[in-house]
Design a protein. Structure first.
Length: 258
């Protein structure tokens, strides 16, 4: 009986101790898409952007759970609060006024792809005069991905017809078949798919130089959710550590983006 009382006392002390109630922080729940070479379920470490997420949050003592979905669905998931955040997103607060953006981490060049036999070239440099470059698309059918931010001048224009796809891969196939006149795409993404899945596209498709711009990438959360703002703060702190230590450059190198 004495031994039983001692055990009960020890159990009570343990349960009342504040350390017994200390909880491991809930994993940060993020959603993304298959968008190689930046992120993908079959890529090493699920891709460069996923590794940035994992290591930046690890620096703040947090773990990450990453889900994959088509981009339009991923946007709905973050807006409904089904996840804490979404990545990698382009910076455009005018098109995404309900979202808060993290610090930037490197992306790549974005612009037009065309069929070689079309002979299409831009007269105006889209980096110095994007509106004039977009005006050259008048009457064209441009392949875009549903839910993507592209370029402010492009997204605001009504001079061309939009043909929406669910992925960049689908748009490349449309362009190859002649279903669209041009597509707007990240050049690294286009090169990845052509090199690894559609090598015969290389004889028919070409990047229209120069690119419209070099994009930065971001983690985004909902402005009106306290959890999202805390997640963003933790990520920014960890990302800055990766930048200061040189680890961010090392991640880019590991994934062939430098």
């Amino acid at each position: 009986m004495i031994r039983l009382r001692r055990c009960c006392c020890l159990l009570c002390v343990t349960l009342l101790s504040p350390w017994a109630w200390a909880e491991t922080p809930a994993p940060v729940r993020l959603v993304t898409l298959d968008w190689p070479p930046y992120v993908g379920q079959t890529l090493p470490a699920q891709g460069y952007a996923s590794e940035v997420m994992q290591l930046a949050f690890a620096a703040s003592g947090q773990t990450v759970e990453i889900r994959f979905a088509p981009w339009a669905r991923a946007l709905r998931m973050v807006r409904k609060g089904e996840v804490d955040g979404l990545f990698p997103e382009y910076y455009d607060p005018q098109q995404r006024p309900s979202l808060s953006y993290s610090q930037a981490f490197p992306g790549g060049p974005v612009g037009l792809y065309a069929r070689k036999d079309s002979g299409f070239k831009l007269v105006h440099n889209p980096q110095s005069d994007p509106n004039a470059a977009v005006a050259e698309l008048q009457g064209k059918t441009l392949g875009l991905v549903r839910g993507y931010i592209n370029h402010p001048a492009l997204d605001a224009s009504e001079l061309f017809e939009r043909d929406l796809a669910v992925s960049d891969e689908q748009n490349l196939a449309k362009l190859f078949r002649g279903g669209v006149d041009l597509i707007f795409i990240d050049f690294f993404v286009a090169r990845y798919w052509i090199a690894r899945r559609y090598p015969w596209f290389a004889e028919e498709l070409v990047a229209v130089e120069p690119a419209f711009e070099n994009k930065t990438l971001h983690l985004v959360t909902m402005k009106d959710q306290a959890r999202g703002q805390a997640v963003l703060k933790s990520f920014d702190q960890g990302l800055q550590q990766l930048k200061d230590s040189g680890e961010l450059d090392a991640i880019l190198l590991r994934h062939g983006l430098r």
